[in-house]
Design a protein around this ligand. Structure first.
Ligand SMILES: [Zn+2]
Length: 201
C-alpha cells in the first residue's frame, strides 16, 4: 500500500482489480481486516475473477472438487479474500476471453489453476502480458514443459505455457510473470535452440 501511495494513488482511486487466478498469494490485497471483518481494500473497484477458479476454490464446492493439489496451502484464502467481494456484489466473474477495460483483455490460460488467465495490456503501440503463474522462473521459458508443484492440471499447464510464450514472441510483447525476480519482466525470443528470455531493450 505504501508503494501504491508513492505512485500517487489512494485505494479509493482504484476502479478495476483483476486477478490472474485465485491462489493464496494472488488475492491478498483484495481485502483488509477492519475491526475483525474482511472489507474490500478498494471499495470503488470492480473486481474481476476467473469464474472457473471461483467455482473450484470455493470450500462450499469441496464435494465437486475434492482432490486439489493446492488444497492445504490455499486453505482459508477464499473466505477472507474472495467471498467478501462476492457477497458485496463487487465481483465480475469472467469465463473465456473478455475485454474488461479499454486496452485490457483477458484470455484463458488454464492448467496452473482451472481459471488461470492472462491479462494483455495494450498502450501506445506496445503490449504486456501479465501471466500470473503460467510460469514462475525464466528457466521455464527454455523448458516450457517444466511445471511448478502447484499446477493443478500438469498437461494443460504445459500447453498453456507454450501457447503464451509463443504469443509473447509473435506479438513482441513484454512478458510479466508474477514471480520473476529483479525487474520482473522479460521479452521472449525464438532461437534455433528454442525459446529464450531476453532483456527488455
Ligand atoms: Zn499460483
Amino acid at each position: 500500500m505504501e508503494r501504491l501511495a508513492a505512485a500517487g494513488f489512494a485505494p479509493e482511486d482504484i476502479d478495476l482489480v483483476v486477478c490472474t487466478h485465485l491462489h493464496v498469494d494472488h488475492v491478498g490485497w483484495n481485502t483488509r481486516l477492519d475491526a475483525g471483518s474482511w472489507v474490500p481494500t478498494f471499495p470503488k473497484a470492480r473486481y474481476v475473477f476467473p469464474k472457473p477458479d471461483a467455482d473450484y476454490w470455493d470450500p462450499r464446492n469441496l464435494a465437486l472438487y475434492p482432490n486439489k493439489i493446492g488444497e492445504a496451502v490455499n486453505a482459508g484464502f477464499f473466505d477472507d479474500s474472495v467471498r467478501p467481494i462476492l457477497d458485496l456484489g463487487l465481483a465480475q466473474l469472467v469465463e473465456g476471453s473478455a475485454e474488461v477495460a479499454a486496452g485490457v483483455r483477458l484470455d484463458p490460460a488454464p492448467g496452473h489453476t482451472p481459471g488461470s488467465q492472462t491479462i494483455t495490456v495494450t498502450s501506445r503501440g506496445e503490449s504486456a502480458l501479465f501471466v500470473g503463474d503460467v510460469l514462475h522462473h525464466p528457466l521455464q521459458i527454455m523448458n516450457p514443459g517444466w511445471n511448478s508443484i502447484f499446477c493443478e492440471d500438469a498437461a494443460l499447464a504445459r500447453q498453456s505455457r507454450l501457447r503464451v510464450l509463443h504469443r509473447a514472441v509473435e506479438e513482441e510483447a513484454i512478458l510479466v510473470p508474477a514471480h520473476f525476480a529483479g525487474e520482473h519482466m522479460v521479452r521472449v525470443v525464438a532461437t534455433p535452440g528454442g525459446l529464450r528470455p531476453a532483456p527488455l531493450s
